[in-house]
Design a protein around this ligand. Structure first.
Ligand SMILES: [Mg+2]
Length: 97
């Protein structure tokens, strides 16, 4: 992500967390995930185009970043380690190159 965009995301995330309680952030993340699921279903049935899926991906990414910021995970080594563990597990399920 470009530095300027990253700074904007961080600033808006901070303001969102000041203005709405954690339960609201959880509700928004849940809703955006549901909208992404629905967009993917509709794409597979030809009811929407790829653009609709991309927009929902952006919404989910924004809310994931907000939720991670709320939990203090955006610069967390522990969180990074969990990502590495998950990638290792996935890597073991893939055929070697
Ligand atoms: Mg959405």
């Amino acid at each position: 992500m470009k530095q300027e965009l990253h700074a904007r995301v961080k600033d808006q995330t901070r303001r969102a967390l000041e203005q709405a309680p954690p339960s609201f952030q959880a509700d928004m993340l849940t809703e955006e995930c549901a909208e992404l699921i629905l967009a993917l279903r509709h794409l597979s049935r030809g009811k929407v185009g790829l653009r609709a899926v991309i927009e929902e991906l952006a919404d989910v990414e924004i809310m994931i970043n907000t939720y991670k910021e709320m939990l203090g995970l955006n610069d967390s080594i522990e969180y990074e380690n969990i990502i590495v563990q998950k990638l290792d597990k996935w890597d073991n399920q893939l055929d070697p190159e």
